[in-house]
Design a protein around this ligand. Structure first.
Ligand SMILES: [Zn+2]
Length: 68
């Protein structure tokens, strides 16, 4: 079963559960109060990768400075 839960990001209603009754939960929620969803796993990974990438670039730059 699925059940409504309050979204931690936008405070609207979203669902939790087995994913097979999403429309049933959604039909009981006002359209304006339904959370459209957020890219929960993608965003932090992208940010983490970006940070890692930029810090490794800085390390490269620092290494270059040391060599020069
Ligand atoms: Zn939300």
């Amino acid at each position: 079963m699925c059940y409504p839960v309050k979204c931690a990001e936008c405070a609207k209603t979203t669902w939790a559960g087995d994913g097979q009754h999403i429309e049933m939960v959604r039909s009981n929620v006002e359209a304006g109060q339904w959370c459209p969803g957020h890219a929960k796993t993608e965003k932090p990974q992208t940010r983490l990768f970006a940070r890692f990438f930029s810090s490794s670039k800085q390390a490269e730059a620092r290494a270059g400075e040391r060599v020069a």
